[in-house]
Design a protein around this ligand. Structure first.
Ligand SMILES: *Cc1c(COP(=O)(O)O)cnc(C)c1O
Length: 360
């Protein structure tokens, strides 16, 4: 194995190599304290300064103000937010609207049903989630509308979010978080498992509008209550220190790239290279998502047969192109090309795809 391969896994996923190298320093000696980030107290001044800077940089990248929004770094992954959101905000007798665009959205619906009525405002399950619905059947006065910005398993991405008026909008942004410019102020709560686009596994970022958090249900178990974590600036209990530290390095990296505008430009270029080659391959590589719903992050495709797909994945790995297998629920192939995937990685993949096609 070379020192570094091109990692196309959907999550945990590739990180900027500079971040990985920088993180290795903090794993040995954090902030010149003579201790690893894994050993320092989360009550120390040095840790606090890193933690607050990471929160600030994240809001800054999103163009949100600290007066209006708070950033929480919690455990339990995005999956715990599937239940925390309705626990806090689906009040007795109210309905929550869910836009169901993939397998993760379905899991979110399942949890919400424990707490109240769920209206499926739109779903593309009729076509294996291969497209993003354009019409939404919203409930007037709903508790909130839940959306998913990028559908990791099927490779689709939401371009136009529903106009929800006064109804708060919630978004699971796990697999596309900070990959493009968005009007983040449309959302009252955003959550993202870090391990897709902004860090290692073990922390979920929750960005919450303070005024909405104030209206949450009061009878929520302590650890699932946003009020608990807001009241202690996300340090009610021991935070996932090492993952947050790496997320902090990724925030600095995004700022160094030139923020979301630059990151989006790079992502459009990478995805464009891959999709346009696929579309020119005379149907050998067949994209599975509708063109107008294609994701910049997860590129899903099929080959002419399952045997060829197996061979493609195995030979890709031999060429240091790792993780090209599609999710087990959908099959086929998937190349995840998150922020940290360099353009050269996508070029190497396309070169390999050309050779593979010629040989098969
Ligand atoms: C991976 C993923 C999740 C689940 O994240 P965990 O942190 O593993 O719980 C939820 N939603 C989306 C869109 C994802 O891609």
């Amino acid at each position: 194995m070379p020192e570094r391969v091109y990692n196309f896994f959907a999550g945990p996923a590739t990180l900027p190599y500079d971040v990985v190298k920088e993180a290795s320093k903090g794993v040995v000696n954090f902030s010149n304290m003579g201790m690893s980030i894994m050993e320092v107290s989360h009550r120390s001044a040095q840790f606090d300064s890193m933690f607050c800077e990471t929160q600030k940089n994240m809001l800054n990248i999103m163009g949100l103000s600290e007066d209006e929004y708070a950033v929480l770094f919690l455990g339990g992954g995005a999956s715990t937010q599937f239940c925390a959101v309705p626990f806090n905000f689906l009040k007795n007798g109210m309905t929550a609207d869910y836009v169901v665009t993939g397998g993760w959205a379905k899991k979110a619906v399942k949890e919400a049903k424990f707490f109240g009525d769920v209206n499926i405002a739109a779903s593309s399950e009729d076509a294996n989630f291969s497209y993003i619905p354009k019409k939404f059947n919203l409930t007037p006065g709903a508790a909130y509308v839940h959306t998913t910005s990028n559908n990791t398993l099927v490779g689709t991405q939401m371009k136009n979010f529903p106009e929800t008026g006064d109804v708060p909008m919630v978004c699971d942004m796990s697999s596309g978080f900070l990959s493009r410019k968005l009007d983040f102020s449309k959302f009252s709560l955003i959550y993202a498992g870090a391990q897709k686009n902004i860090g290692p596994a073990g922390v979920v970022a929750v960005i919450i509008r303070r005024s909405w958090a104030d209206q949450a249900n009061k009878e929520v178990p302590t650890m699932l209550s946003y009020a608990t974590h807001l009241g202690k600036n996300s340090l009610f209990n021991t935070p996932p220190a090492l993952p947050v530290y790496v997320v902090g390095l990724v925030m600095k990296w995004i700022l160094e790239q030139g923020g979301l505008e630059a990151v989006e430009t790079a992502n459009v270029k990478k995805a464009g290279l891959l999709y346009s080659y696929m579309d020119d391959s005379n149907g050998f590589y067949r994209g599975t998502a509708e063109k107008d719903s294609r994701s910049l992050m997860n590129v899903t495709f099929r080959l002419p047969s399952e045997e060829l797909e197996k061979k493609f994945i195995a030979e890709g790995a031999e060429n240091d192109l790792i993780g090209l297998k599609g999710h087990r629920s959908v099959g086929g192939c998937r190349a995840s090309i998150y922020n940290a995937m360099p353009y050269e990685g996508v070029e190497a993949l396309v070169e390999f795809m050309k050779k593979f096609k010629a040989a098969n």
